[in-house]
Design a protein around this ligand. Structure first.
Ligand SMILES: [Zn+2]
Length: 252
């Protein structure tokens, strides 16, 4: 599979849409194409030249900066929309752990991860030994999303049960890495966090460069069982640790 990150609102929102293409069939899906003026030209060029056959819009959750471009995209491409129940113009909400395929060789598993929003879904993409997960605002590289519609117990389950159980070599998406590293360093000192900081300083994009295995080392929200963090926050119950870390990050 081929994954193309398309930056949106650079300098202000710093969000990404992802175009994922099946190598043989050229069947393609666009994930969270929230800002049509930046997305449509890319889709138009690649469909016109025969590089892709666009089949589906996929949304990770209903927020405007993820699903807010759907109506406009539909004016130009007639596509089904797979996403959480509250996403604009959604046509299908896949059940937790259900699978679908893209083209000949990409298998997608939908993972329900309610918390940032109740309709948040992460999508685990597998093509042979190539694995990626699109996490929307549930997990960032080095961080997690705010608990707008959920609680610490739900985020603990999403990160440390659902996403943590994916193969360690799975590559997660989504940025905001520099801000997350700044916070991680206040909470914990380890080699993985130092490595992530160095990488984020020298590279604009961190998506695709780290794995779920790395997250377990440098993402403090996935280290709710780390004794050094227990000492800092003053308790060791993982859900309470998750709650305290999020409150600290919200104030940061
Ligand atoms: Zn969001």
């Amino acid at each position: 599979m081929h994954i193309q990150s398309i930056p949106m609102w650079e300098g202000t929102g710093n969000n990404y849409a992802y175009l994922v293409v099946d190598d043989n069939s050229k069947e393609a899906v666009i994930i969270d194409p929230a800002n049509p003026p930046e997305i449509l030209p890319v889709l138009q060029e690649q469909t016109d030249s025969g590089k892709i056959k666009l089949s589906t819009i996929i949304n990770t959750h209903h927020h405007h900066d993820h699903a807010g471009g759907n109506s406009e995209i539909l004016k130009h491409f007639k596509l089904p929309i797979v996403g959480g129940k509250d996403c604009e113009k959604v046509t299908k909400t896949p059940a937790h752990n259900s699978t679908f395929t893209i083209g000949e060789s990409i298998k997608v598993t939908a993972l329900h991860t309610p918390c940032h929003t109740q309709d948040s879904i992460c999508y685990f993409f597998e093509d042979g030994t190539d694995r990626a997960v699109f996490t929307g605002d549930t997990m960032f590289i080095g961080g997690c999303g705010r608990f707008f519609e959920g609680n610490a117990a739900e985020m603990h389950k999403a990160l440390n049960e659902v996403l943590a159980s994916l193969p360690d070599d799975t590559k997660p998406g989504h940025e905001y890495t520099k801000g997350n590293v700044r916070f991680a360093k206040r909470v914990l000192e380890n080699d993985a966090i130092k490595k992530l900081e160095e990488f984020a300083q020298n590279n604009k994009e961190t998506q695709g460069k780290f794995t779920i295995g790395d997250e377990k080392q440098h993402n403090v929200f996935m280290r709710v069982n780390d004794p050094a963090i227990h000492q800092l926050v003053g308790h060791d119950n993982p859900v309470e640790v998750m709650k305290t870390l999020r409150e600290m990050k919200d104030r940061a």
